[in-house]
Design a binder for this molecule. Sequence first.
Ligand code: FE2
Length: 183
Amino acid sequence: MIDLYRPLELPVPFLKKSFDKTKYANARHKHLDRSDISDLYYSFIENLDLRLNHAEVFFSLPNIYYPIHRDQHNLIDFPKINFVYGGDNSKMNWYKIKEGREGISSYTNINTAFVQYELNDVDLIFSQEIKSPSLVQAGVPHNVTSPTLRWSVSTVYTTKNNKLLSWNEICSIFNDYSFYTKL
Ligand SMILES: [Fe+2]
């Protein structure tokens, strides 16, 4: 079973009604302004004993090839919750690294770590249109293809003691809000 993606139904809105995605349309990658997040969402994650560790916005132009990468240098289990705005018919693709191939470690313009892979160093294993919101495994090489403008707000959580969560841990915490078993 490939377990890289779980759609979620959350009981609260993530962003405030006043959220203006156009302010994130002048760069590929920006930190999310934390004041864009609804108070209800902060209360929701507080009640789950979680802390929002990181929130960023990836803005994708239509039909651009964005490089295959995995987030982080040393982690291969790095779950995120992504909220997607626009991006109709977009796909998130996950890949297996071919034997003996290594990516190139680097940092984004907002100083987040990633390892980039060439297309011929990996094999596609799973491709999925991402409904918003979703748990996604960002520790496995991935990229997104989209025929439309797409904003993906990507969020990372820790425990109250600032411990990053594994995929299994976060899936368990969000189990009541996941409809994965219905797929
Ligand atoms: Fe990523």
